[in-house]
Design a protein around this ligand. Structure first.
Ligand code: FMN
Length: 331
């Protein structure tokens, strides 16, 4: 199992959805960064379930506690260990799925690969694990702010609806309707890293584009990653796509801020596609552990559109990666 992400700024993750807690160890944070739990909590609050009508109603406080690597309010350069406790797990809700595989989930593949799985809340495969990435991303952002590098992420599409930037009312209306239909929807999230200097990243095998795709694809339910104009590039002429260079900078940004695997100094622009939530209260064919046909209907507290809570996760993933790449690039 691969549970560590990054080389120089490196997060190791442990925990399950219905275990006592999630635990992270973050290596490679520079010393002397002013850091407290209060710097991190707003990022976790943006990801936590039950925050509004559009997400899962599981009520988790998602309070982070720093256990090491911070002394008198500053990082020491030592590993930062931290813990987020699970407080609202209702494992009984999952008894019905103990011996059946929920389609669209990792139940089947975990069982085949390991011969054992914690079925409660999806166990290790649960996207609750992304809370650890959000902590690491928040710490990365705190550091990168000093270099005037900042991040933004927002929904651009839910199902077939194009979302006006940060229009909460529009999002709520779509989610209300899809919930009523006992269904779910996929989504697209755009994430931008602004003021990343030119020269970050490497060519060939570890192109910045390649490591971004790797990091984003590691987020549960992500099915596609686009850099700059991405998939739409297929419909463009070369005369439209290539970005003219002027003495004052690039005239456009179809490249998404990366050429030859190296940052151009423009905003790094990524679009991530999330699949629709698999857990919906509609019956579907499946099999049980004895390979016998059955049906399953997934009840309980779920996100009708995982892309909504994916927004802070995608942002954290890019912040972690830029932090890691800056260290590698020595800029
Ligand atoms: C923030 C977040 C929340 C999620 N919440 C749910 C959920 O409530 N119900 C669900 O079926 N899937 C949810 N997922 C997706 C599953 O975790 C994921 O589809 C599953 O583990 C299988 O992995 P895969 O889709 O990457 O193959 C969520 C994903 C993210 C990023």
């Amino acid at each position: 199992m691969s549970n560590t992400l990054g080389k120089n700024f490196r997060l190791t993750s442990a925990g399950e959805s219905h275990g006592p807690a999630y635990v992270g160890i973050l290596d490679g944070c520079p010393a002397n960064l002013a850091l407290s739990e209060a710097d991190i909590q707003p990022f976790l609050d943006a990801r936590k379930p039950g925050a509004d009508k559009t997400t899962s109603q599981r009520r988790e406080q998602d309070k982070v506690e720093i256990l090491s690597g911070v002394f008198e309010g500053k990082t020491t350069g030592a590993p930062i260990a931290f813990i987020i406790r699970n407080q609202d797990a209702r494992s009984g809700d999952y008894e019905a799925y103990k011996d059946v595989y929920r389609p669209g989930h990792a139940d089947y593949t975990y069982q085949i690969k390991y011969g054992i799985r914690d079925h409660r809340g999806g166990g290790r495969a649960s996207a609750r694990e992304t809370c650890l990435r959000v902590v690491a991303g928040a710490i990365a952002e705190k550091y990168l702010q000093q270099k005037n590098i900042y991040f933004e992420a927002y929904l651009t599409q839910i199902g077939e609806h194009i979302i006006q930037k940060d229009d909460q009312q529009q999002i709520e209306k779509i989610i209300q309707e899809v919930r009523k239909d006992k269904n779910s929807l996929g989504a697209k999230v755009k994430v931008r890293a602004i003021n990343v200097p030119a020269g970050v990243g490497e060519p060939i095998f570890n192109k910045l584009d390649a490591v971004i795709a790797h990091t984003m694809m590691g987020i549960p339910a992500v099915k596609a990653v686009e850099i700059g104009s991405g998939v739409a590039s297929a419909q463009q002429y070369g005369s439209e796509h290539r970005d003219a260079i002027t003495p004052t900078g690039f005239a456009s940004n179809n490249a998404g801020g990366i050429l030859g695997g190296i940052s151009t100094g423009q905003a790094i622009e990524i679009t991530v596609t999330f699949k629709p939530t698999s857990s919906i209260p509609q019956p579907i064919e499946t099999i049980n552990h004895e390979n016998l046909a059955t049906t399953v209907e997934v009840l309980g507290r779920h996100d009708p559109c995982v892309g909504i809570r994916g927004v802070p996760v995608v942002r954290a993933a890019l912040a972690m990666l830029i932090m890691d790449q800056l260290a590698i690039s020595c800029i």
